[in-house]
Design a protein around this ligand. Structure first.
Ligand code: HEC
Length: 479
């Protein structure tokens, strides 16, 4: 086999890649820490809470800093191993650790008791994201804190009382997906001691491009869009697991600057690693989203060299995309269909009707309308999605309001929407408040564009994404 093919095969087959390479240091240390913490959490933590109450111990075994603090006659990690081995801990009739668990504790102590956190929560990830940005700041001249830095994390997969995931395999899959999507062998750098949080360096991956899109008004361009719309911003637009954050400790500088609207399209400090893998690669194929990134990376390169822009890739229909229920709904996702906040602020339904009757498919030469119903008074915006990926804000007769529980037929005028192969479907976004007009963006490719829309919150329309419900209405042609 030629060398290039071998390299590609290794990228595509994570297990092979892992087998061929020695376990990296962060993974070796991280796995020891994970395994030891898991034993301590299940067998010891109920009593070792750090409290002085009877039956409890002041030695909080999940508090790594205290556990490894200097000054004890016998360091706590060695002591706990001795007490477990001689059978005095756990005391009484509590289930003793298995031989395997004792081995895990022993290996961890022997390696110098590598660090673990008391909990693998959002705060853990944010702490290490913030620390990494601080470390990188002095090394680079940046406009914004963390301008080219993004992160992926597996910390949410570590749940107390549940089996530990194979983080090494997940990491290898993520590296393989990023390598495939960028056509360069990539190993993301771990930024936390357990090896769960990985830096995505947008500059290295050519996912940092700016000024890649033009603002659209109908079919006309209205100049370059200068807001955040890097290739990786497209990933953030799709992300369904964003967390609602209250201003405070979790968003202290430099995180606040990192998450600001000048720097990224949605305030998402990190994405789940296995979600990113699946968002880029499905089976042996790049996903449509990864193809968007690839064509935008090629555009970035061309614009950087002042070369004529290349053509993009063939647009891929949104039809079939899955519905999303989310705490912070990805309203402008293109590879999701219905998007509903959790909890849903109201019920919304939309269907196709022809001659006042619901239809599953539209028929040639028979105009159709959309029948929309909400269980309370809402305002809406409607977007038309065309087969080549083009997006258009669709005006309808009679304004942008739905009355509570009063079905309303939406039509551009005349008999309704004309049938034709070019319309893929409609996105209806509704909110109890007024919504901003969607900003439609088209990539500056010579042909075959990447299209996106944004709903920008402004002083005039300060809407809450958690109050917006989005419905996808595919327009299927039939007989
Ligand atoms: C049923 C409650 C309980 C469980 C379960 C338990 N311990 Fe303890 N442990 C205690 C108490 C009580 C003490 C003594 C009081 C103190 O240290 O504050 C103690 C003391 C210790 C000490 C000595 C503390 C010191 O500061 O010198 C170590 C080390 C220890 N335990 C390790 C473990 C380990 C490891 C496990 C799990 C395999 C475990 N214990 C499970 C209750 C428990």
């Amino acid at each position: 086999m030629p060398r290039a093919v071998l390299v590609l095969a290794a990228l595509l087959v994570p297990a092979l890649a892992r087998g061929a390479n020695p376990v990296p240091a962060h993974r070796a240390q991280g796995d020891l820490a994970l395994a030891a913490r898991d034993v301590l959490q299940r067998r010891c933590a109920a009593c070792h809470t750090g409290s002085a109450d009877p039956g409890k111990s002041k030695l909080a075994l999940l508090d790594h800093a205290r556990l490894t603090a200097k000054g004890r006659p016998v360091p706590a990690p060695e002591l706990l191993l001795d007490l477990v081995k001689d059978g005095s801990m756990p005391p009484g009739n509590r289930a003793a650790p298995t031989a395997r668990e004792v081995t895990a504790l022993g290996a961890w102590v022997k390696a110098g008791a590598p660090e673990f956190p008391a909990a693998f929560d959002d705060a853990y990830v944010l702490r290490h994201v913030a620390a990494d940005i601080e470390r990188e700041l002095p090394r680079n001249k940046l406009r914004y804190a963390g301008e080219y830095l993004r992160y992926a994390s597996f910390a949410h997969l570590i749940r107390d009382g549940e089996p530990l995931p194979d983080v090494g395999a997940l990491e290898a899959e993520l590296n393989a997906a990023v390598s495939f999507a960028t056509s360069r062998p990539e190993k993301l750098v771990a930024v936390d001691p357990v090896g769960l949080v990985f830096r995505i360096d947008l500059t290295r991956l050519n996912w940092r491009g700016s000024d890649l899109f033009a603002r659209m008004s109908g079919a006309k361009t209205e100049g370059t869009y200068t807001g955040p719309a890097s290739p990786f911003d497209l990933v953030l637009l799709e992300y369904p697991f964003a967390v609602r954050r209250v201003p405070g400790a979790a968003t202290a500088p430099p995180l606040a600057r990192f998450l600001s609207a000048d720097n990224q399209v949605r305030p998402v400090p990190y994405v789940r690693g296995e979600w990113l893998t699946a968002a880029l690669v499905q089976g042996k194929e790049l996903t449509p989203l990864a193809q968007d990134l690839k064509s935008l990376a090629a555009l970035t390169t061309a614009l950087g060299r002042a070369a004529p822009p290349p053509a993009g890739h063939d647009a891929r229909p949104l039809a079939g995309a899955r519905p999303v229920v989310s705490a912070v709904p990805p309203l402008a996702a293109l590879y999701a269909s219905d998007v509903t906040p959790n909890p849903a602020p109201f019920a919304l339904s939309v269907e196709l009707v022809a001659n006042g009757k619901p239809v599953a498919k539209v028929v040639e030469d028979a105009p159709y309308k959309l029948l929309a119903t909400a269980d309370r008074a809402v305002r809406f915006v409607l977007l038309k999605v065309l087969a080549d990926g083009e997006l258009r804000v669709q005006q309808v007769e009679g304004g942008d309001a739905l009355r509570a529980k009063e079905p309303r037929e939406l039509s551009p005028g005349g008999d309704g929407f004309a049938t034709g192969p070019e319309t893929l479907g409609f996105l209806l976004l509704a909110c109890t408040d007024e919504l901003p007009a969607p900003l439609v963006l088209r990539s500056r490719h010579a042909d075959k564009h990447v299209w996106r829309f944004l709903l920008e919150s402004s002083a005039k329309y300060p809407f809450d994404p958690g109050a917006v419900v989005r419905k996808w209405v595919p327009v299927l042609a039939g007989k």
